[in-house]
Design a protein around this ligand. Structure first.
Ligand code: CA
Length: 224
């Protein structure tokens, strides 16, 4: 999953970035509202973390502008004060949730998971395909009850495939959702990760879940 943090407090932004990166998220940063809006509308994100008080363009305006451009990416608004009017203003502008500073990283994390679940119409915390189970909150993967250990990037790719179960997913989509802005798309890196994932996830099972759609991309599901 790929996230952008639009926040002018560098230290807070870096803390959130580091925390999310450790969980396998691809994270971009913008330090003012103008840059943030530009990136949010030109890149592909699964979630936007948007501070309210920002240089150049404030968070409420960024939020309104994005929604006016029909960008439906879930937005969590960060507010410095817990004033009711600010929360209402943020939600009215099209934000999906808000968090009052200072906040615990754990709280941000569980709200992100809740929003991702909602935006993918998933009622459960756990993602499944056949006997494969992935828990994005606990960061665990099991196949037939057996634990599988994945690196954060492998986890991120598997989670993306699973959130788009039975759908064709292109290499570009995987890159856009699992790597950040600085990624140099010049190699067969996606195929390399898929090969490793396939060994770990499908290696010991008769039912193969990760399928290659030649020349196009991949599909996760019981049938290829
Ligand atoms: Ca700020």
């Amino acid at each position: 999953m790929r996230v952008i943090i639009i926040e002018d407090e560098q230290r807070l932004s870096n803390t959130v970035k580091n925390g999310l990166s450790e969980e396998g998220f691809a994270v971009d940063q913008a330090f003012d509202g103008k840059e943030g809006q530009y990136l949010a509308q030109s890149e592909t994100y699964d979630l936007i973390i948007l501070d309210l008080m920002l240089p150049k363009v404030d968070g409420v305006t960024v939020c309104k502008n994005l929604r006016a451009k029909n960008i439906k990416t879930p937005i969590i608004m960060l507010t410095a004060k817990s004033r009711l009017e600010e929360k209402v203003e943020g939600l009215d502008a099209g934000a999906d949730d808000y968090l009052t500073k200072p906040f615990a990283f754990e709280e941000l994390r569980s709200r992100i998971q809740a929003l991702l679940r909602r935006s993918h119409n998933q009622a459960e915390n756990v993602l499944n395909a056949a006997d494969l189970t992935v828990n994005p909150i606990k960061h665990t993967v099991q196949r037939s009850g057996k634990k599988i250990i994945l690196t954060p990037k492998e986890f991120s790719i598997l989670e993306y495939l699973l959130r788009h179960k039975d759908e064709l997913v292109t290499r570009t989509q995987i890159i856009e959702h699992a790597w950040d802005y600085n990624f140099d798309n010049m190699s067969n890196v996606v195929d390399v990760f898929i090969n490793t994932l396939r060994k770990k996830v499908d290696g010991g099972s008769k039912t193969k879940l990760i399928h290659t759609i030649h020349g196009v991309g991949y599909k996760l599901g019981v049938e290829g």
